[in-house]
Write a protein that binds this ligand. Structure first.
Ligand code: PLP
Length: 480
Protein backbone atom coordinates (compact mmCIF):
# COMPACT_ATOMS: atom_id res chain seq x y z
CA UNK A 1 0.00 0.00 0.00
CA UNK A 2 1.60 3.21 -1.18
CA UNK A 3 0.61 5.98 1.27
CA UNK A 4 0.74 8.64 -1.47
CA UNK A 5 -1.33 6.91 -4.12
CA UNK A 6 -3.56 5.58 -1.40
CA UNK A 7 -4.68 9.08 -0.37
CA UNK A 8 -5.65 10.10 -3.90
CA UNK A 9 -7.42 6.87 -4.71
CA UNK A 10 -9.28 6.88 -1.41
CA UNK A 11 -10.42 10.48 -1.88
CA UNK A 12 -11.70 9.60 -5.33
CA UNK A 13 -13.65 6.66 -3.91
CA UNK A 14 -15.04 8.74 -1.05
CA UNK A 15 -16.27 11.36 -3.51
CA UNK A 16 -17.76 8.57 -5.58
CA UNK A 17 -19.60 7.17 -2.56
CA UNK A 18 -20.82 10.63 -1.53
CA UNK A 19 -22.27 11.14 -5.03
CA UNK A 20 -23.81 7.69 -4.90
CA UNK A 21 -25.66 8.59 -1.70
CA UNK A 22 -26.69 12.03 -3.01
CA UNK A 23 -28.21 10.48 -6.11
CA UNK A 24 -29.36 7.19 -4.66
CA UNK A 25 -33.05 7.95 -5.17
CA UNK A 26 -32.55 8.16 -8.94
CA UNK A 27 -31.89 4.41 -9.12
CA UNK A 28 -34.63 1.81 -9.28
CA UNK A 29 -34.52 0.41 -5.73
CA UNK A 30 -34.52 -3.22 -6.80
CA UNK A 31 -32.08 -3.96 -9.57
CA UNK A 32 -33.88 -4.53 -12.85
CA UNK A 33 -31.12 -6.46 -14.65
CA UNK A 34 -31.56 -9.95 -16.05
CA UNK A 35 -29.44 -12.95 -14.96
CA UNK A 36 -26.04 -13.01 -16.68
CA UNK A 37 -26.19 -9.31 -17.62
CA UNK A 38 -22.68 -8.62 -16.35
CA UNK A 39 -21.03 -11.26 -18.53
CA UNK A 40 -22.14 -9.28 -21.56
CA UNK A 41 -20.53 -6.09 -20.24
CA UNK A 42 -17.18 -7.15 -18.80
CA UNK A 43 -14.23 -8.88 -20.50
CA UNK A 44 -13.97 -12.58 -19.78
CA UNK A 45 -10.26 -12.51 -18.91
CA UNK A 46 -8.34 -10.47 -16.35
CA UNK A 47 -6.32 -7.47 -17.64
CA UNK A 48 -2.60 -8.13 -18.10
CA UNK A 49 -1.66 -4.49 -17.47
CA UNK A 50 -2.88 -2.29 -14.66
CA UNK A 51 -5.86 -0.04 -15.27
CA UNK A 52 -6.64 3.42 -13.93
CA UNK A 53 -9.04 3.91 -11.04
CA UNK A 54 -11.00 6.31 -13.28
CA UNK A 55 -11.63 3.44 -15.72
CA UNK A 56 -12.61 1.12 -12.90
CA UNK A 57 -15.04 3.64 -11.41
CA UNK A 58 -16.52 4.28 -14.84
CA UNK A 59 -17.32 0.55 -15.04
CA UNK A 60 -18.72 0.63 -11.52
CA UNK A 61 -21.08 3.42 -12.62
CA UNK A 62 -22.06 1.82 -15.91
CA UNK A 63 -22.05 -1.87 -15.12
CA UNK A 64 -22.09 -2.49 -11.38
CA UNK A 65 -24.51 0.14 -10.05
CA UNK A 66 -27.33 -0.96 -12.39
CA UNK A 67 -26.93 -4.48 -11.01
CA UNK A 68 -27.29 -3.34 -7.40
CA UNK A 69 -30.36 -3.39 -5.26
CA UNK A 70 -29.98 -0.20 -3.30
CA UNK A 71 -30.13 -1.26 0.33
CA UNK A 72 -29.34 2.24 1.53
CA UNK A 73 -32.09 3.86 -0.55
CA UNK A 74 -34.75 5.64 1.51
CA UNK A 75 -37.25 3.60 -0.51
CA UNK A 76 -35.78 0.25 0.53
CA UNK A 77 -38.31 -1.57 2.73
CA UNK A 78 -37.33 -5.17 2.02
CA UNK A 79 -35.97 -8.05 4.14
CA UNK A 80 -34.45 -6.34 7.18
CA UNK A 81 -32.50 -3.16 6.89
CA UNK A 82 -28.71 -3.11 6.78
CA UNK A 83 -28.11 0.25 8.41
CA UNK A 84 -25.14 2.29 7.36
CA UNK A 85 -23.77 5.41 9.01
CA UNK A 86 -20.84 7.73 8.60
CA UNK A 87 -19.43 6.37 11.85
CA UNK A 88 -19.84 2.80 10.60
CA UNK A 89 -18.15 3.75 7.34
CA UNK A 90 -15.29 5.48 9.13
CA UNK A 91 -14.87 2.47 11.42
CA UNK A 92 -14.84 0.12 8.45
CA UNK A 93 -12.27 2.34 6.76
CA UNK A 94 -9.99 2.20 9.79
CA UNK A 95 -10.45 -1.56 10.10
CA UNK A 96 -9.63 -2.04 6.42
CA UNK A 97 -6.80 0.45 6.53
CA UNK A 98 -5.06 -1.09 9.53
CA UNK A 99 -5.88 -4.55 8.18
CA UNK A 100 -4.67 -6.54 11.17
CA UNK A 101 -5.64 -10.17 11.70
CA UNK A 102 -6.24 -10.56 15.43
CA UNK A 103 -6.84 -14.28 15.61
CA UNK A 104 -5.19 -14.47 19.00
CA UNK A 105 -4.23 -11.84 21.56
CA UNK A 106 -0.58 -11.66 20.58
CA UNK A 107 -1.46 -11.13 16.90
CA UNK A 108 -2.87 -7.71 17.84
CA UNK A 109 -3.58 -7.20 21.55
CA UNK A 110 -5.65 -4.06 20.96
CA UNK A 111 -7.97 -5.87 18.54
CA UNK A 112 -8.78 -8.51 21.14
CA UNK A 113 -9.00 -6.19 24.11
CA UNK A 114 -11.15 -3.63 22.32
CA UNK A 115 -13.53 -6.40 21.25
CA UNK A 116 -13.90 -7.61 24.84
CA UNK A 117 -14.48 -4.05 26.07
CA UNK A 118 -17.03 -3.24 23.35
CA UNK A 119 -18.88 -6.51 23.90
CA UNK A 120 -19.24 -5.59 27.57
CA UNK A 121 -20.39 -2.08 26.55
CA UNK A 122 -23.11 -3.44 24.27
CA UNK A 123 -24.05 -6.06 26.84
CA UNK A 124 -24.57 -3.28 29.36
CA UNK A 125 -26.52 -1.21 26.80
CA UNK A 126 -28.87 -4.21 26.55
CA UNK A 127 -28.87 -4.60 30.34
CA UNK A 128 -27.73 -8.20 30.02
CA UNK A 129 -27.04 -9.95 33.31
CA UNK A 130 -23.39 -9.68 34.31
CA UNK A 131 -23.02 -13.44 33.70
CA UNK A 132 -22.83 -12.62 29.96
CA UNK A 133 -20.07 -10.06 30.41
CA UNK A 134 -16.34 -10.54 30.74
CA UNK A 135 -16.65 -8.67 34.00
CA UNK A 136 -18.96 -11.48 35.18
CA UNK A 137 -17.04 -14.49 33.79
CA UNK A 138 -19.07 -14.72 30.60
CA UNK A 139 -18.07 -12.94 27.46
CA UNK A 140 -18.83 -11.78 23.95
CA UNK A 141 -17.37 -12.14 20.49
CA UNK A 142 -18.03 -10.50 17.13
CA UNK A 143 -18.95 -12.76 14.27
CA UNK A 144 -19.83 -11.89 10.69
CA UNK A 145 -23.32 -13.34 10.86
CA UNK A 146 -25.93 -14.93 13.07
CA UNK A 147 -25.47 -18.13 11.08
CA UNK A 148 -21.87 -18.44 12.31
CA UNK A 149 -22.88 -17.52 15.86
CA UNK A 150 -25.56 -20.20 15.93
CA UNK A 151 -23.29 -22.88 14.50
CA UNK A 152 -20.73 -22.11 17.21
CA UNK A 153 -23.29 -22.35 20.01
CA UNK A 154 -24.74 -25.56 18.55
CA UNK A 155 -21.27 -27.09 18.43
CA UNK A 156 -20.55 -26.09 22.02
CA UNK A 157 -23.89 -27.51 23.20
CA UNK A 158 -23.45 -30.69 21.16
CA UNK A 159 -19.97 -31.41 22.46
CA UNK A 160 -20.84 -30.74 26.07
CA UNK A 161 -23.68 -33.26 25.89
CA UNK A 162 -21.77 -35.82 23.84
CA UNK A 163 -18.98 -35.77 26.43
CA UNK A 164 -21.58 -37.08 28.88
CA UNK A 165 -23.53 -39.50 26.68
CA UNK A 166 -20.91 -40.58 24.15
CA UNK A 167 -20.28 -39.36 20.59
CA UNK A 168 -22.13 -42.36 19.14
CA UNK A 169 -25.37 -40.85 20.48
CA UNK A 170 -25.28 -37.78 18.24
CA UNK A 171 -28.33 -39.12 16.39
CA UNK A 172 -30.34 -38.80 19.61
CA UNK A 173 -29.78 -35.06 20.06
CA UNK A 174 -32.84 -32.88 19.47
CA UNK A 175 -33.08 -29.17 18.64
CA UNK A 176 -36.26 -27.15 19.26
CA UNK A 177 -37.54 -23.92 17.76
CA UNK A 178 -40.71 -22.50 16.29
CA UNK A 179 -41.71 -22.63 12.65
CA UNK A 180 -40.90 -18.90 12.54
CA UNK A 181 -37.26 -19.47 13.42
CA UNK A 182 -34.76 -18.28 10.85
CA UNK A 183 -33.66 -20.99 8.40
CA UNK A 184 -30.13 -20.49 9.64
CA UNK A 185 -30.89 -22.78 12.60
CA UNK A 186 -31.75 -25.75 10.42
CA UNK A 187 -28.62 -25.11 8.37
CA UNK A 188 -26.64 -25.09 11.62
CA UNK A 189 -28.23 -28.37 12.70
CA UNK A 190 -27.10 -29.95 9.41
CA UNK A 191 -23.61 -28.50 9.70
CA UNK A 192 -23.01 -29.89 13.18
CA UNK A 193 -24.08 -33.38 12.17
CA UNK A 194 -27.38 -33.63 14.03
CA UNK A 195 -30.00 -35.42 11.88
CA UNK A 196 -32.37 -32.83 10.44
CA UNK A 197 -35.22 -35.18 11.39
CA UNK A 198 -34.30 -34.27 15.00
CA UNK A 199 -35.16 -30.63 14.39
CA UNK A 200 -38.51 -29.99 16.06
CA UNK A 201 -40.07 -27.14 14.16
CA UNK A 202 -42.98 -26.33 16.47
CA UNK A 203 -46.10 -24.81 14.94
CA UNK A 204 -47.21 -21.27 15.72
CA UNK A 205 -50.42 -19.53 14.75
CA UNK A 206 -52.27 -16.24 14.56
CA UNK A 207 -53.78 -16.87 17.99
CA UNK A 208 -50.36 -16.71 19.68
CA UNK A 209 -49.11 -13.97 17.35
CA UNK A 210 -46.63 -16.51 15.98
CA UNK A 211 -44.75 -16.93 19.21
CA UNK A 212 -43.58 -20.34 20.39
CA UNK A 213 -45.92 -21.94 22.91
CA UNK A 214 -44.13 -23.09 26.11
CA UNK A 215 -46.70 -25.86 26.46
CA UNK A 216 -46.04 -27.14 22.93
CA UNK A 217 -42.32 -27.07 23.71
CA UNK A 218 -42.68 -28.98 26.94
CA UNK A 219 -44.95 -31.57 25.30
CA UNK A 220 -42.43 -32.09 22.51
CA UNK A 221 -39.58 -32.49 25.00
CA UNK A 222 -41.54 -35.00 27.08
CA UNK A 223 -42.42 -37.01 23.96
CA UNK A 224 -38.81 -37.04 22.87
CA UNK A 225 -37.54 -38.16 26.26
CA UNK A 226 -40.08 -40.99 26.28
CA UNK A 227 -38.90 -42.02 22.81
CA UNK A 228 -35.26 -42.15 23.95
CA UNK A 229 -34.08 -38.87 22.43
CA UNK A 230 -31.87 -36.33 24.21
CA UNK A 231 -33.20 -32.74 24.19
CA UNK A 232 -30.21 -30.53 23.43
CA UNK A 233 -30.88 -27.02 22.21
CA UNK A 234 -33.69 -24.47 22.19
CA UNK A 235 -33.64 -21.35 20.05
CA UNK A 236 -36.06 -18.53 20.88
CA UNK A 237 -36.37 -15.53 18.60
CA UNK A 238 -36.94 -11.92 19.60
CA UNK A 239 -38.17 -10.35 16.36
CA UNK A 240 -38.74 -13.11 13.81
CA UNK A 241 -37.83 -12.52 10.19
CA UNK A 242 -41.24 -13.12 8.68
CA UNK A 243 -43.37 -10.95 10.96
CA UNK A 244 -41.37 -9.66 13.93
CA UNK A 245 -42.91 -12.10 16.42
CA UNK A 246 -41.37 -12.51 19.85
CA UNK A 247 -41.05 -15.79 21.70
CA UNK A 248 -41.74 -15.73 25.47
CA UNK A 249 -38.17 -15.79 26.68
CA UNK A 250 -38.92 -16.15 30.39
CA UNK A 251 -41.33 -19.09 30.09
CA UNK A 252 -39.20 -20.87 27.51
CA UNK A 253 -36.11 -20.26 29.62
CA UNK A 254 -37.72 -21.97 32.62
CA UNK A 255 -38.37 -25.05 30.49
CA UNK A 256 -34.84 -24.98 29.14
CA UNK A 257 -33.50 -24.92 32.71
CA UNK A 258 -35.85 -27.69 33.84
CA UNK A 259 -34.68 -30.04 31.08
CA UNK A 260 -31.12 -28.76 30.93
CA UNK A 261 -31.21 -27.55 27.31
CA UNK A 262 -28.79 -25.04 25.86
CA UNK A 263 -30.99 -21.97 25.45
CA UNK A 264 -30.06 -19.53 22.68
CA UNK A 265 -31.84 -16.24 21.96
CA UNK A 266 -31.71 -15.03 18.37
CA UNK A 267 -32.34 -11.29 18.46
CA UNK A 268 -30.63 -10.61 15.12
CA UNK A 269 -32.96 -7.78 14.13
CA UNK A 270 -34.90 -6.65 17.19
CA UNK A 271 -32.05 -6.98 19.66
CA UNK A 272 -30.96 -3.47 18.69
CA UNK A 273 -34.33 -2.09 19.82
CA UNK A 274 -33.74 -3.56 23.28
CA UNK A 275 -31.25 -0.77 24.06
CA UNK A 276 -34.40 1.35 24.57
CA UNK A 277 -36.08 0.85 27.96
CA UNK A 278 -39.51 0.52 26.33
CA UNK A 279 -38.37 -2.54 24.33
CA UNK A 280 -36.05 -4.14 26.87
CA UNK A 281 -38.86 -6.23 28.40
CA UNK A 282 -38.73 -8.49 25.33
CA UNK A 283 -35.46 -9.81 26.75
CA UNK A 284 -36.84 -10.43 30.24
CA UNK A 285 -35.74 -13.92 31.16
CA UNK A 286 -32.44 -13.62 29.30
CA UNK A 287 -30.74 -14.58 32.56
CA UNK A 288 -32.04 -18.11 31.89
CA UNK A 289 -30.30 -18.28 28.51
CA UNK A 290 -26.89 -19.70 27.69
CA UNK A 291 -26.26 -17.45 24.71
CA UNK A 292 -27.69 -14.48 22.85
CA UNK A 293 -26.93 -13.04 19.43
CA UNK A 294 -27.89 -9.81 17.69
CA UNK A 295 -26.73 -8.01 14.55
CA UNK A 296 -25.68 -4.37 14.85
CA UNK A 297 -25.29 -4.57 11.06
CA UNK A 298 -29.06 -4.78 10.82
CA UNK A 299 -30.40 -1.97 12.97
CA UNK A 300 -27.60 -0.35 14.95
CA UNK A 301 -25.97 1.85 12.33
CA UNK A 302 -23.02 -0.51 11.90
CA UNK A 303 -22.06 -1.21 8.31
CA UNK A 304 -21.84 -4.87 7.28
CA UNK A 305 -20.74 -7.09 8.85
CA UNK A 306 -21.13 -7.31 12.62
CA UNK A 307 -22.94 -9.88 14.76
CA UNK A 308 -22.60 -9.90 18.56
CA UNK A 309 -22.66 -13.23 20.37
CA UNK A 310 -22.58 -13.46 24.16
CA UNK A 311 -22.14 -16.69 26.07
CA UNK A 312 -22.28 -17.44 29.74
CA UNK A 313 -19.62 -20.12 29.54
CA UNK A 314 -16.90 -19.18 27.05
CA UNK A 315 -15.10 -22.34 28.15
CA UNK A 316 -17.64 -24.43 26.23
CA UNK A 317 -17.06 -22.53 22.99
CA UNK A 318 -13.31 -22.80 23.46
CA UNK A 319 -13.40 -26.54 24.17
CA UNK A 320 -15.16 -27.12 20.86
CA UNK A 321 -13.49 -24.54 18.66
CA UNK A 322 -9.91 -24.17 19.78
CA UNK A 323 -7.04 -24.98 17.46
CA UNK A 324 -3.49 -25.08 18.70
CA UNK A 325 -1.14 -25.35 15.75
CA UNK A 326 2.52 -24.96 16.67
CA UNK A 327 2.90 -21.70 14.76
CA UNK A 328 0.21 -20.12 16.97
CA UNK A 329 1.91 -21.03 20.28
CA UNK A 330 2.89 -18.06 22.44
CA UNK A 331 3.42 -17.25 26.09
CA UNK A 332 0.37 -15.03 26.41
CA UNK A 333 -1.97 -17.81 25.25
CA UNK A 334 -0.27 -20.33 27.47
CA UNK A 335 -0.63 -18.05 30.49
CA UNK A 336 -4.44 -18.31 30.06
CA UNK A 337 -4.64 -14.61 30.91
CA UNK A 338 -5.81 -13.55 27.47
CA UNK A 339 -8.70 -14.14 25.12
CA UNK A 340 -7.81 -15.83 21.83
CA UNK A 341 -10.83 -15.15 19.68
CA UNK A 342 -9.86 -17.78 17.10
CA UNK A 343 -11.23 -20.23 19.68
CA UNK A 344 -14.63 -18.51 19.76
CA UNK A 345 -15.36 -18.81 16.04
CA UNK A 346 -15.05 -21.11 13.02
CA UNK A 347 -12.31 -19.40 11.03
CA UNK A 348 -8.79 -18.62 12.16
CA UNK A 349 -8.45 -15.19 10.55
CA UNK A 350 -10.75 -12.43 11.64
CA UNK A 351 -11.45 -8.77 10.93
CA UNK A 352 -11.05 -5.98 13.48
CA UNK A 353 -14.81 -5.42 13.64
CA UNK A 354 -14.68 -4.07 17.17
CA UNK A 355 -13.13 -0.86 15.90
CA UNK A 356 -16.20 -0.18 13.79
CA UNK A 357 -18.69 -0.94 16.55
CA UNK A 358 -16.67 1.10 19.06
CA UNK A 359 -16.66 4.10 16.72
CA UNK A 360 -20.39 3.75 16.00
CA UNK A 361 -21.18 3.78 19.71
CA UNK A 362 -18.79 6.63 20.52
CA UNK A 363 -19.81 8.84 17.59
CA UNK A 364 -23.52 8.46 18.31
CA UNK A 365 -23.69 7.80 22.02
CA UNK A 366 -26.41 5.63 23.51
CA UNK A 367 -28.86 8.57 23.46
CA UNK A 368 -28.67 9.02 19.68
CA UNK A 369 -28.75 5.29 19.04
CA UNK A 370 -32.01 5.13 20.98
CA UNK A 371 -33.37 8.11 18.96
CA UNK A 372 -32.48 6.28 15.76
CA UNK A 373 -34.45 3.18 16.82
CA UNK A 374 -37.43 5.27 17.95
CA UNK A 375 -37.47 7.29 14.77
CA UNK A 376 -37.74 4.11 12.66
CA UNK A 377 -40.43 2.76 14.95
CA UNK A 378 -42.37 6.04 14.59
CA UNK A 379 -42.13 5.83 10.81
CA UNK A 380 -43.46 2.27 11.01
CA UNK A 381 -46.34 3.47 13.19
CA UNK A 382 -47.10 6.13 10.59
CA UNK A 383 -47.19 3.51 7.82
CA UNK A 384 -49.29 1.20 9.95
CA UNK A 385 -51.88 3.90 10.57
CA UNK A 386 -52.05 4.68 6.84
CA UNK A 387 -52.77 1.00 6.14
CA UNK A 388 -55.33 0.81 8.94
CA UNK A 389 -57.28 3.78 7.51
CA UNK A 390 -57.87 2.06 4.16
CA UNK A 391 -60.61 -0.55 4.49
CA UNK A 392 -59.31 -2.52 1.48
CA UNK A 393 -56.19 -3.42 3.47
CA UNK A 394 -55.39 -5.01 6.79
CA UNK A 395 -52.40 -5.11 9.11
CA UNK A 396 -52.00 -8.85 9.46
CA UNK A 397 -49.80 -9.22 12.54
CA UNK A 398 -49.37 -6.81 15.43
CA UNK A 399 -46.45 -4.48 14.79
CA UNK A 400 -43.90 -4.47 17.56
CA UNK A 401 -40.81 -2.88 16.03
CA UNK A 402 -40.29 -1.23 12.63
CA UNK A 403 -41.77 -4.02 10.52
CA UNK A 404 -45.36 -3.71 9.28
CA UNK A 405 -47.01 -6.81 7.78
CA UNK A 406 -50.08 -6.10 5.72
CA UNK A 407 -52.13 -7.30 2.76
CA UNK A 408 -55.00 -6.46 0.51
CA UNK A 409 -57.98 -8.21 2.06
CA UNK A 410 -59.62 -11.02 0.15
CA UNK A 411 -62.12 -13.63 1.28
CA UNK A 412 -60.64 -16.34 -0.89
CA UNK A 413 -57.20 -17.49 0.33
CA UNK A 414 -55.84 -18.49 -3.10
CA UNK A 415 -57.09 -15.41 -4.88
CA UNK A 416 -55.86 -13.26 -1.99
CA UNK A 417 -52.41 -14.77 -2.37
CA UNK A 418 -52.36 -14.08 -6.10
CA UNK A 419 -53.64 -10.55 -5.65
CA UNK A 420 -51.03 -9.65 -3.04
CA UNK A 421 -48.26 -11.30 -5.00
CA UNK A 422 -49.22 -9.18 -8.00
CA UNK A 423 -49.44 -6.05 -5.88
CA UNK A 424 -45.95 -6.62 -4.48
CA UNK A 425 -44.55 -7.32 -7.95
CA UNK A 426 -46.16 -4.15 -9.33
CA UNK A 427 -44.68 -2.02 -6.54
CA UNK A 428 -41.22 -3.53 -6.94
CA UNK A 429 -41.24 -3.39 -10.74
CA UNK A 430 -42.00 0.32 -10.57
CA UNK A 431 -38.49 0.80 -9.18
CA UNK A 432 -39.89 3.40 -6.78
CA UNK A 433 -39.79 1.14 -3.72
CA UNK A 434 -38.81 -2.38 -2.74
CA UNK A 435 -40.56 -4.64 -0.24
CA UNK A 436 -40.54 -8.41 0.25
CA UNK A 437 -43.09 -10.97 1.34
CA UNK A 438 -43.56 -13.78 3.82
CA UNK A 439 -46.14 -16.49 4.34
CA UNK A 440 -47.44 -16.73 7.89
CA UNK A 441 -50.32 -18.90 9.03
CA UNK A 442 -50.89 -19.77 5.37
CA UNK A 443 -51.36 -16.12 4.40
CA UNK A 444 -49.19 -14.32 1.88
CA UNK A 445 -48.24 -11.04 3.52
CA UNK A 446 -46.30 -8.02 2.35
CA UNK A 447 -43.56 -6.86 4.68
CA UNK A 448 -42.66 -3.21 4.99
CA UNK A 449 -39.41 -3.13 6.99
CA UNK A 450 -38.48 0.44 7.79
CA UNK A 451 -34.89 1.21 8.65
CA UNK A 452 -32.84 2.89 5.97
CA UNK A 453 -31.20 5.90 7.63
CA UNK A 454 -32.31 8.08 4.69
CA UNK A 455 -36.01 7.23 5.03
CA UNK A 456 -38.17 10.17 6.05
CA UNK A 457 -41.92 10.61 6.52
CA UNK A 458 -42.28 11.67 2.88
CA UNK A 459 -40.84 8.35 1.70
CA UNK A 460 -43.29 6.42 3.83
CA UNK A 461 -46.17 8.55 2.51
CA UNK A 462 -44.96 8.06 -1.09
CA UNK A 463 -44.72 4.32 -0.54
CA UNK A 464 -48.29 4.24 0.65
CA UNK A 465 -49.49 6.28 -2.35
CA UNK A 466 -47.63 3.91 -4.65
CA UNK A 467 -49.25 0.88 -3.00
CA UNK A 468 -52.70 2.44 -3.25
CA UNK A 469 -52.12 3.34 -6.89
CA UNK A 470 -51.00 -0.19 -7.81
CA UNK A 471 -53.81 -1.73 -5.77
CA UNK A 472 -56.39 0.39 -7.60
CA UNK A 473 -54.94 -0.70 -10.97
CA UNK A 474 -55.07 -4.33 -9.90
CA UNK A 475 -58.59 -4.17 -8.62
CA UNK A 476 -59.65 -2.56 -11.90
CA UNK A 477 -57.78 -5.18 -13.91
CA UNK A 478 -58.94 -8.25 -11.99
CA UNK A 479 -62.28 -7.02 -10.71
CA UNK A 480 -61.22 -8.31 -7.26
N1 PLP B 1 -32.11 -14.53 12.63
C1 PLP B 1 -33.03 -13.61 12.34
C2 PLP B 1 -34.19 -13.40 13.28
C3 PLP B 1 -32.92 -12.84 11.18
O1 PLP B 1 -33.85 -11.93 10.89
C4 PLP B 1 -31.82 -13.06 10.32
C5 PLP B 1 -31.68 -12.29 9.08
O2 PLP B 1 -32.56 -11.58 8.65
C6 PLP B 1 -30.89 -14.04 10.67
C7 PLP B 1 -31.06 -14.76 11.83
C8 PLP B 1 -29.71 -14.36 9.80
O3 PLP B 1 -28.73 -13.45 10.06
P1 PLP B 1 -27.32 -13.52 9.33
O4 PLP B 1 -27.57 -13.08 7.94
O5 PLP B 1 -26.50 -12.55 10.11
O6 PLP B 1 -26.82 -14.93 9.40
Amino acid sequence: LDPNGFTNDSKMVIDFIADYYKNIEKNPVQSQVKPGYLMTQLPDTAPYCQESLEDVLKDVTESIIPGLTHWQSPNFFAYFQANASTAGFVGEMLCTGLNVVGFNWIASPAATELESIVMDWVGKMLKLPSTFLFSGNGGGVLHGSTCEAIVCTLVAARDETLRMIGAENITKLVVYASDQTHSTLLKGVKLVGIPTSNFRCLSTSFSSEFSLSPQALEDAIENDIKAGFVPLFLCATVGTTACGAVDPVMDLGKIARKYNLWFHIDAAYAGSACICPEFRHYLDGVELADSLSMNPHKWLLTNMDCCCLWVKQPRLLIESLSSDAEFLRNNASESNDVVDYKDWQIALSRRFRALKLWIVIRRHGLANLMCHIRSDVNLAKRFESLVAKDSRFEVVVRRRFSLVCFRLKHNDECQGLELNRKLLAAVNESGRAFMTHAVVGGLFIIRCAIGSTLTEERHVDDLWKLIQEKAADLVKETGA
